[in-house]
Every structure is written in structure tokens, then in C-alpha cells.
Design a protein around this ligand. Structure first.
Ligand code: GDP
Ligand code: MN
Length: 388
């Protein structure tokens, strides 16, 4: 789950990562006016959306007076930033910036550890800095065995010194990095990013922005992350929202072939073969273990309700749920869903796949196209999507 900036700053604050003084979360221009009066004279008016690059898109404005904060809010509410509509604005007392740095920590799956990235060149696109001036970007992997008691201050200092952070801020920035690491572990984040991390005119080091991704698999340890489910910040896509409510693992993608399968690995491989066949997947949907008619019907109904989907590729590997049960589930789901224009290309493998395929062939359902292999199924699904 991604947090918006102000939520990330709240999370930082309670874990001793220094942030600017608290601001106000506003949903109307009137609320912004009141907040700017109280927090000003100089405030910064910031769009709260789950994407970066708000500054460039006109979603971040420093307002020298409350009147200018109101004018900024009028421009920013309703703004579309990379497909995200601005419903919420955060008004914060403006910080006086002397320097901007970059700091982030993320999971490094290959190393089975953490990757810390630090740069003296912050406030700009870090990918760009990495391209044009790679020496300015310091990357260090840390293993869990090196961070049993948290990130050692010496290690933090060493990373920042190598990134050429100025001597006068090294102690503060090192303490901040140690706290940031603590926040990541305590809150089960997979990514924490601060861009820019600033040195203020009065020489304090603060997180001026935040990007935090929490690990959905750890939600149960944090009351389901309910505290972060806030009105106006919902996932933009209605199908993704519906899937979440139904407990279906669904991610919307850009293409036209609906994809569903069992197991995240198999579904990812399915996306690849669809791409190899010259098509592109409309979604990632993992029906998980088992393939009951109920799960199949719910999942199919979700995929088919997407108007972009012109064919569907169902890719199931029979395990405990045998091939003939999967086939029966698909046929029953089709009957329950009634008429729909898209064809379902079905590839079964694993336990009793033969029997499952035989059942599908026998049934001769007008919507179901059995396929023998994954690549054949992908070809068929892509052809059908094109000709639809
Ligand atoms: P992003 O564009 O989505 O990454 O949003 P940021 O929160 O990083 O803000 C973009 C830029 O606005 C920052 O890099 C700063 O240069 C500027 N900015 C943000 N907050 C303040 C502030 O309190 N004071 C000043 N002077 N500039 C700010
Ligand atoms: Mn930023």
C-alpha cells in the first residue's frame, strides 16, 4: 500500500525522523484558507496523490500569503497528475531551504537485504542524476545480519560521507538515516524515500517530502492499515477497488487480453507469453489455490466487466484442485455469468489435466476454447482479441 506525502510524514514523525512542523489536511478551499491563516504567513500548498512529480505538474506551490495559498488551492484541487485527481491538499508551514539531498531505503530482493541510496543531489529526479552523474549517487546493500539491532550510526555516517554530505550536517543526517531505517522495519515498509531531504536555512536536516510503500502482506500486524484508508485517497480504479473488497488479487494493466491463473508466478509467466504472442494483458489476476466455481465466477465476472477486455486467457495448473474440477468450475461459472461476448481460451496442466481438457471438449461450450499449451493458448487469445 502506498501512502501519500502527509501520511508518510506522520509515519516518519512517530519514528523520530525529523519532519517540518505539522500541517493541515484539507478537502476544500475554505479549509485551505483557514489552515494558511493559522500556519502562515508563508505556507506550502501540496497536492496529495499517490504519484511523484507533483511539483513539475503544478501540484506544489509555496504561498507567501494566505491569499496566495487560496489561489494555489483553487488551481490544485481537481488537477490531474498522471491520472490521479487531486481531492486532498496538505498545507504546511513553508521551510526555508538551504540545500536539497536524496535518501531512500528499499528491499533488495536479490541480496535478501536492504538497499540504501543517498545523494547530495536531491530535489530532482534521482534516475536522471544516476544517468548524468552516477558518482553522485551512493548505493549500499545492507544484510539483515548487519542490522540486527538496527542500522549502526557508524554505517549511516559512512554512507552519507561517501555521498559527500557536508560535514556540518553529517551527524544529524546520520541520526535521521538510523531513524528512517528503524521506521522501515517497525512499520513494515518496503520502500521509504525522501526527496528532497533538506538542510534548512537554520541548519536542521528535515524530510521535506516522503514516499512510503507498506508491505500488504504485513497488514495484519497493523490493524489492516486502516489508519491510512482515508476518504479522497482511495485507489482510483473502480475495478481494483471492487477486487480488493472481494479479496481478489487483481492488478489492472494496459492491454486487451484478460488474464487469470492460479499462483502469482504462473500469472506473471502468462503475461510474458501474451506479450511474446504480440498481445498485451489487460490485468493480472491470481485466483490462488483451488479453482472453485465460486472463485472462478467472481474472478471472471470482474475481468469480463472491463470494457477493454476482448478475449480472456485462463491458465490453471492443477495441483490439489484437479483438472476436471477446474474445468467443471469454469463451465459452471460460464453458465452463471450468462451471455458475454468474449471467448475464454483455457489452458490446463498439472493433475488430471487430460480429464479436464476432455471435459471442456465434450461440453463444447460456445464461449470456451480449450488449448493444449501455454503458447498455443496465448496465440489464440491474442488472435481472438484482435478479431473482436
Ligand atoms: P514532488 O514534486 O511530488 O516530489 O513534491 P515535493 O514535495 O518534493 O516538492 C517539490 C519541490 O517543491 C521540492 O523539491 C522543493 O523544491 C519545493 N518545496 C516543497 N516544499 C517546500 C517548502 O516548504 N519550501 C520551499 N521553499 N520549497 C518547497
Ligand atoms: Mn519530492
Amino acid at each position: 500500500m502506498d501512502l501519500v506525502e502527509y501520511q508518510g510524514k506522520q509515519l516518519f514523525g512517530r519514528n523520530d525522523v525529523p519532519v517540518p512542523p505539522p500541517g493541515a489536511v484539507c478537502r476544500t478551499v475554505e479549509e485551505v484558507a483557514a489552515a494558511a491563516q493559522e500556519l502562515g504567513p508563508v505556507t506550502v500548498v501540496k497536492a496529495q496523490v499517490k504519484t511523484g512529480g507533483r511539483g513539475k505538474a503544478g501540484g506544489v506551490k509555496v504561498a507567501p500569503t494566505p491569499e496566495e495559498a487560496v489561489a494555489a488551492a483553487e488551481d490544485i484541487f481537481g488537477l490531474d497528475i498522471k491520472g490521479h485527481t487531486v481531492n486532498v491538499i496538505y498545507v504546511e508551514p513553508a521551510s526555508d531551504i538551504a540545500e536539497e539531498y536524496y535518501l531512500s531505503i528499499m528491499h533488495d530482493r536479490v541480496a535478501k537485504g536492504y538497499l540504501v541510496i543517498a545523494s547530495k543531489e536531491g530535489g530532482v529526479d534521482i534516475e536522471e542524476v544516476n544517468r548524468t552523474n552516477p558518482d553522485a549517487v551512493v548505493k549500499q546493500t545492507l544484510l539483515p545480519s548487519e542490522t540486527v539491532d538496527g542500522l549502526p550510526t557508524e554505517t549511516a555516517r559512512d554512507i552519507l560521507a561517501r555521498a559527500a554530505f557536508p560535514d556540518e550536517v553529517l551527524d544529524q543526517a546520520a541520526d535521521l538515516l538510523v531513524a528512517l531505517f528503524g521506521a522501515m522495519v517497525a512499520e513494515d515498509a518496503t520502500l521509504v524515500e525522501i526527496n528532497p531531504l533538506i538542510r534548512s536555512a537554520d541548519d536542521r536536516v528535515l524530510a521535506l517530502d516522503s514516499k512510503v510503500t507498506l508491505d500488504d502482506n504485513a497488514a495484519f500486524r497493523h490493524d489492516g492499515y486502516e489508519e491510512w484508508e482515508v476518504e479522497g485517497l482511495e485507489v482510483a480504479d473502480p475495478l481494483e477497488r471492487q477486487a480488493k473488497e472481494q479479496g481478489i488479487q487483481y492488478v489492472k494493466l494496459d492491454g486487451e487480453v484478460g488474464v487469470l491463473g492460479n499462483g502469482a508466478g504462473l500469472v506473471m509467466a502468462t503475461l510474458d507469453v501474451v506479450a511474446q504472442a504480440g498481445g498485451s494483458a489487460a490485468d493480472f489476476l491470481d485466483i490462488g489455490g483451488g479453482a472453485s466455481a465460486d472463485v472462478m465466477a467472481e474472478s471472471l465476472s470482474l475481468v469480463l466487466s472491463d470494457p477493454r477486455v476482448t478475449s480472456v486467457f485462463i491458465n490453471v495448473f492443477g495441483g490439489i484442485t484437479r483438472g476436471e474440477q477446474v474445468a467443471a468450475g469454469i463451465l459452471e461459472a460460464c453458465d452463471r455469468l450468462g451471455d458475454f461476448p468474449q471467448k475464454l481460451v483455457v489452458r490446463l496442466d498439472g493433475t488430471n489435466a487430460e480429464q479436464g481438457r476432455a471435459l471442456l471438449t465434450e461440453a463444447d461450450h460456445p464461449s470456451v476454447v480449450p488449448a493444449a499449451t501455454m503458447s498455443e493458448a496465448a496465440q489464440r487469445a491474442v488472435e481472438l482479441a484482435r478479431s473482436a
